[in-house]
Write a protein that binds this ligand. Sequence first.
Ligand SMILES: [Zn+2]
Ligand SMILES: [Zn+2]
Length: 389
Amino acid sequence: MNSKEGARERFKGIQKEILSLSHRIHANPELGFEEEKASHWLAEILSDAGMDVKLGICDLPTAFLARAGTGPLHVAICAEYDSLPEIGHACGHNMIAAMAAGAGIAAAKAADEAGLTVSVIGTPAEEVGNAGGKILLLERGAFAGVHASMMVHPAPFEMLEMNIIAAAMFDVHYTGKEAHAAAFPEMGINAADALTVAQTAIGLIRQHLRQSDRVHGIVTHGGDAPNVVPAHTSAKYIVRGANLKDLEDVRAKVYRCFEAGATATGAKLEIGGGDKPYAEMRFDGEMNAIYKRNAIDAGRAFPELSPMVARVAASTDMGNVSQAIPSIHPAIGINSLPAANHQPEFTAHCVTEDADRAVREGALAMAWTAIEMAESASVRDRLIQNAAR
Ligand SMILES: [Zn+2]
Ligand SMILES: [Zn+2]
């Protein structure tokens, strides 16, 4: 039996548990940095499978590291498991976690034979938009010694290279002055008006943004009572650009819009966060080609993509990992259209038969990719030498 067949046999043995893990995480959605159940369940399944597991690494209680093998090429598979407020696992991170665990366990079986060290890194809080788990783990050394990393993300359809752009999320606070809204309005400074001016300015500035830029946000506090002039308002905004440089251009323009709100009303502006943005993804072409071939062998198909895909743009802290270490982030299709990521209808799709099939095939495709990377002398040597530089 060759090492890929060994991995397939191993995966068959744990497939039922992996699918049940995907469904259990889905039924118990937890927000970023609060993924206690998911991280425990993942640590448990990986440790039961014989991997060496540490939960709560790098001062992050819901991050973990599981490792197996002692081969020269060290490949990390990233697991995400946070959900979204109110709409649960609408980004299918339950599937990402299950695929990562399945791939890690399957690859572990063949690791020494293939010349591989395999890590499953549990990376919390991808959806938080600033200082995501992978950024903190990178800073704190969790990826030290890793030569290449990968993860697979659910989407409506298969995409080898989805458009992953840079993003920064920040909080905006205006402070004005309360006043009776009818009796003494001239005594007030209206912090809600400041937000309205800023949002109007952002609407106008869209004409002058690049096609690849994005600006979007929500008001998180709009006032307390209609008969009191609002003295405290706040919002959360995300700005995005094709890369970190474009992002800073957009950020400067949007910050000026928020300053306009303060200037017009006299309210005081404070902007916080946005200090650890998500970087654009740099795909490793050779790893992508190996993944595509193995994904097809595992049962996937990569259809010609519709024009709709050209507009798709998302951001992830996996972009930051890819800037430091050769990485891939393929999207795996769960046949959910017209439902797509971040819709409650997509949540429902992340535990269907199509989703379960994607978990099985995505896990196997990643395990085989890691094995093939270790067994190919040219790929292995390039990645090891790249890390030594
Ligand atoms: Zn998402
Ligand atoms: Zn996601």
